[in-house]
Write a protein that binds this ligand. Sequence first.
Ligand code: PMP
Length: 357
Amino acid sequence: MSRFFSSRYRDLEAYVPGEQPKEMRYIKLNTNESPFPPPASVCEAVAAEALKLPLYPDPECTELRESLAALYGVSKEETFVTNGSDDILNFAFMAFVEPSVGAAFADITYGFYEVFAELHHLPYRKIPLLDDFSLDLDAFKKANEVLFIANPNAPTGIALSVAKIEELIADKPDRMVVIDEAYVEFGAESCLQLLKKYDNLLVVRTFSKSRSLAGGRLGYAFGRPEIIAELNTLKYSMNPYNVNRLTLAAGAEILRLDGVIKENCRQIQLIREKTAKELKDMGFFVTDSLANFLFARHPRLSGEEYYLELKKRGILVRHFSNPRIAEFNRISIGSAEDMDSFCRITREILKTKENTL
Ligand code: PMP
């Protein structure tokens, strides 16, 4: 560390993204990306927009916000767009977590919540998930902090019903609740409908998972107009042009193809259920995931060993070192062919393991 690095950040432990390998072609099931390429018209829209690269993009992202608002039945003023939903979560920590109140989130959830709290020197508390990895609703209800809840949760994939989330939102009207719906399109219920009733809710979404745009970096959020205006105050205080032209063009075009996206999500769900069944048949415990990934452990294969054996054979999944989930791996749902290869190779690994025991 240089002597110039601010003392404010010296102890910061940065978020560790999943591996993005360059050295070899893996079947990449480690960062919950979509296996479907964007439709050709998205690439055409991006190519056409490239001619306008000398000009700054629209800082208000007007067209995209209008399209999102129309698609989801809210107003443009209730819609916020940024460079990936990580940006929105970052802004939400800055905007809504009072240092005297702090934030609360599950002990097993998206790792960035803790990083953002640390980054902004905000107090936070981790509320342990119950033994079955479901959210401890009573403990969350009692909490006074700003709540950050991934629904479905990551990396477990387990989702809460809207009715349960409503209890949390209704229980303490002066407490802000941020619901991170990065994976909601794969079978869970969205709490967007609650926005009409409650002003203490921010719903965060992304184009990275269901809409094949992880590389484009595009996130969006819905909240009451005053909440969105506050997020904009922060955005305009940092980088008003934080969504680039090419990404705005890709996003606008992909919103026109919502039928294709819905069909892609349906396919992912079918492949997820088939893969979950195969894993269970091989003896794995698999959580009931409503996301585009599975979370699984095997009684006779350690989480780390399984991760390494898959990697040796050209398949990348996500392993976490946190002791509570170290025996698990998170497996993104890829194409039907990729998941067939994944299951076949998993069977081989188990067979080799059993032969050496
Ligand atoms: N929330 C959750 C729960 C996630 O898993 C991710 C992806 N890592 C994000 C938000 C951020 O996604 P993005 O910044 O690509 O929109």
